[in-house]
Design a protein around this ligand. Structure first.
Ligand SMILES: [Zn+2]
Length: 335
């Protein structure tokens, strides 16, 4: 049994969650020690390390406000890198918890993103951040997975701890590199990116969009030219293409156009320039579901607007889309 499965099974069955370790360390030695990023909330203490069932000596604790990883090159990520390279951690768990007061502080969990931003808009002037501990964990897992500081072979898991009884829910399984979310632009936050991709994503305006379009064109051209011959590989590529996240698609937004949006507070904001729309997306102030109205057009969910832009720019025809869908289904059935 793999480490994460053993931790979750033990967490489900072993009640009450005492502090005595009960997992067989020898059997799990290949996955230990485990590096854990957790919140500083003192209420979490009574479940550490009991909830994980591991002895103290096998867990490297990294704690900060919120248990957040907000920057792929930031302090927490560097601690994780040291945990892996010097202390030999073989797997990483990012554990959030319910009723996290840090997550309730608008902008705090995302503060690192705004520190060096002269353009920072106070939250009263833009839609407030959606407060959801699950989202904070998912976002931290995504950041850690795409960080160039740790090897991509190290599984990064995301868990949510119930602050009342210490029970753990699995939000992201680091052993799986699932293509299940392919096609859902809004839900690819857990896909893994290479360090190279991060660098590309952080490249100056424009460069990334052009690169993305070229890649997508290449994938689609291959799909058209070689039906059946390299099915599996092509579909993996197509899967990856469609798993390109909302944030990547946002690079295609026209910065000179203006937009109106309706925030989760049901207030209408705008007109705002395209670059601000991208910024709000990066700050989780808006999501794939946020109603957006580009000037001169009607209201549509942001995810749909972005997908349409991408399709237009890549020149995807309905026939190509249908072919990609057919191949994806065939491979899913086969595996
Ligand atoms: Zn907390």
């Amino acid at each position: 049994m793999k480490l994460l499965d053993a931790i979750l099974k033990r967490n489900r069955t072993d009640r009450p969650l005492g502090s005595a370790p009960s997992l067989h360390v020898e059997e799990l030695a290949g996955s230990l020690p485990l590096a854990v990023v957790a919140c500083i909330d003192p209420r979490v203490n009574r479940f550490l390390p009991g909830a994980f069932g591991l002895p103290d000596t096998q867990v490297i604790w990294i704690r900060n406000a919120g248990g957040v990883v907000s920057n792929p090159l930031g302090d927490t990520m560097r601690s994780l890198a040291v945990a892996c390279t010097l202390e030999g951690a073989r797997e990483i768990v990012i554990v959030g918890h319910t009723d996290c007061r840090v997550a309730l502080m608008d902008g705090f969990a995302h503060g690192a993103r705004n520190d060096d931003d002269p353009d920072f808009v106070p939250s009263s002037d833009c839609p407030r951040i959606r407060i959801d501990e699950r989202r904070v964990v998912a976002s931290s897992v995504a950041v850690a997975r795409r960080s160039p500081l740790i090897d991509t072979s190290i599984p990064v898991h995301g868990l949510l701890m119930n602050i009342v009884d210490g029970s753990l829910a699995c939000l992201a399984n680091g052993y799986e590199r699932s293509l299940d979310t392919a096609g859902e632009a809004g839900d690819s936050s857990l896909s893994r990116e290479s360090g190279e991709d991060v660098v590309k994503r952080q490249a100056p305006d424009g460069a990334v969009g052009v690169e993305l379009i070229d890649q997508a064109k290449g994938w689609l051209a291959r799909l058209k030219a070689e039906p059946g011959t390299t099915l599996k590989k092509t579909v993996l590529d197509v899967g990856r293409a469609s798993a390109i996240g909302l944030r990547e698609l946002a690079q295609l937004i026209d910065h000179h156009r203006t937009y109106h949006v309706i925030g989760i507070d049901d207030k209408e904001y705008g007109p705002i320039p395209g670059y601000k729309l991208v910024k709000w997306l990066m700050e989780d102030r808006i999501t794939a579901e946020t109603p957006v109205r580009p000037d001169g057009e009607g209201w549509q969910p942001l995810g749909k607007v972005l997908k349409e832009i991408a399709k237009r720019q890549v020149g995807v025809t309905p026939e190509m889309e249908a072919a990609a869908g057919k191949v994806a289904r065939a491979v899913k059935e086969e595996s």
